[in-house]
Ligand binder design. Sequence first.
Ligand SMILES: *Cc1c(COP(=O)(O)O)cnc(C)c1O
Length: 412
Amino acid sequence: MSEVSYDALRAQAAKRDSEDELSAKRAEFELDDTVYLDGNSLGALPTVVQERVADVISRQWGQLRIRSWEESGWWTAPERIGDRIAPLVGAAPGQIVVGDSTSVNVFKALVAAVRMARDSGEGRDEIVVDATTFPTDGYIAQSAARMTGCTLVPVAPGEVHGVLGPRTAVVLLNHADYRTGRLHDLPALTAAVHDAGALVVWDLCHTAGALPVGLDEHGVDLAVGCTYKYLNGGPGSPAYLYVRADLQARFDSPLPGWNSHAEPFGMRPEFEAADGAVRGRVGTPDILSMLALDAALDVWDGVSIEAVRAKSLALTDFFVECVAAYVPEGRVEVITPAAHEQRGSQVALRCEDAGDVMRRLVEHGVVGDFRAPDVLRFGFTPLYVGFADVERAAGVLARTLGETGTGTGIAG
Ligand SMILES: *Cc1c(COP(=O)(O)O)cnc(C)c1O
């Protein structure tokens, strides 16, 4: 590799950073000179969160105490913050509630979907699930199937079409594969599931805040997602549940708590579901985490998700280009699809000694993550990652790969 190519790519990075309409956003985050490419696992801290959480603790809790349930808007925070996430995933207001973890919301969505699929009285008894899914989704789907008397049908996302039929109750899919970064065709798969008379639940953990989702536009039934990845809500920040407006009256939650009751303070022994997305609530919301998320969402003010997507694709393209220029041929294999319509906001590289390589990368100030057994994962968060970061990460990767392994290629 000649110095010329380094210079050319560095110059290109500088030019692109100077033309980047989102570049000013980086100043709204707490960052240092580490190249942080792990925002698809834990988003960086938006500076505004610190002050706002301090106020929630010292004033709202410390001084107002129980009055804050009303005066500080704590009680309605789940639906209010859901409405702030809504435009990022293409949903009109009133369809998203924030609360619980993604795992718990997958459970609510799946069981409620099976119940709705059976409203019509047909014998729908199969739950189709992406066989390559993030493990928790698969575990929950398995349990939901047992509880509802359904059979679990695990399939590769590309084979979903072949298993849909009159027995399908619900299909649980990931919008992007957490390991490879492959983006699945949400509009086409949603339409295919609907043609089979079934419902679809989309897991948006790896796309919300990274690219346009278009939940309403594509007629998605139910969706879930976490808020600590591209939405920067903080460790363990609550997840969200989307229930399309026209399905809400039929949404029969398997976890009907007092927060989803029509009259929560009526303290009545019989359950009567509230109207609207509130049905997706269960118990007392996790206020500290929820309000940290609320503050973190301020960074999206004035940001278009289309601009985020355009920059995300440019960043991932540029990373692949730099890796191809700097890393010896055959040392890593890009397993993220090259086609834009099949790519989320990360690049995954397969490499025999990936665990060792990632440890060294982190030591050298480039933070991505390792997914067993052999995947290096790099997440690109357009609000705070720039092109110079990308070039630097690829350069450090090339040097690190030179220090480790046999150099005989990934198949060696
Ligand atoms: C991150 C992620 C989760 C996380 O679930 P938790 O309940 O928040 O731990 C679930 N599903 C997918 C696809 C994820 O990427």
